[in-house]
Design a binder for this molecule. Structure first.
Ligand code: SAH
Length: 204
């Protein structure tokens, strides 16, 4: 599907654009208006959470530079849309969601879309997902007030990449791309101001 203003997106990787276009976003949101799902803006998905703007999904996916053999960890499954995009580019996607009802619904939706290489777990993604660590790539889709959570840093492979929004208030958030060098040191680069729901620590 073609998104509103997609030709203006500053995303150049054709594999990423194709993956985003192939996932039917209307299937992952509750809007009765199918066309609303293809507007370039976030939408509510219940429980006070939102599915990200499609442009931001595409941009974060491009920054992640996923390769077909990669194991990717996503924190904040939400609707499952970002996970469905990643599933087309990666070998395996592990996604963690703190709200059980959202995890369950995303699992059902991803299965219905035939995404067999995605696992959704209910839990606090601040802790990552140790049973499948380390990861080639990590993406966080809720804002981390104190920067990269330490468990995620530990679960990222050397020369791995991590993309996340950081910032304490919704007015002061940055999308940050992080590369772990071969010595295990993190190199950060601020990409652009964004607005995400905050990472919470309370299981629901
Ligand atoms: N990637 C999602 C958008 C997610 S919105 C999509 O494609 O639809 C952010 C999500 O992060 C919400 O569903 C929220 O419940 C979840 N979240 C917040 N804190 C979390 C935590 N500590 N661990 C896992 N998920 C968390």
């Amino acid at each position: 599907m073609q998104y509103e203003r997609m030709s203006e997106w500053k995303v150049h990787d054709k594999r990423v654009l194709d993956a985003v276009a192939r996932v039917p976003r209307h299937f992952f949101v509750d809007t009765p208006d199918v066309f609303e799902a293809y507007e370039d803006r976030p939408l509510p998905i219940g429980h006070g959470q939102t599915i990200s703007q499609p442009y931001i999904v595409a941009l974060m996916t491009e920054l992640l530079a996923v390769e077909p053999h990669h194991r990717v960890l996503e924190i904040g499954t939400g609707s499952g849309f970002q996970a469905a995009v990643l599933a087309q580019l990666a070998g395996e996607v592990i996604s963690v969601e703190i709200i059980e009802a959202l995890a369950k619904r995303a699992r059902e939706r991803l299965a219905a879309q035939g995404c067999q290489n995605v696992e959704v777990h209910h839990g606090d993604g601040y802790k990552g997902y140790p049973p499948k660590a380390p990861y080639d790539r990590i993406i966080v889709t809720a804002s981390c007030p104190d920067g990269v959570p330490e468990p995620l840093e530990e679960q990222l492979k050397p020369s791995g990449r991590l993309v996340l929004p950081t910032g304490a208030t919704s007015e002061d958030q940055q999308l940050v791309a992080v590369i772990k060098d071969m010595d295990g040191k993190l190199q950060r680069e601020a990409v652009l101001p964004v607005r995400f729901v905050p990472l919470t620590r309370r299981l629901r």
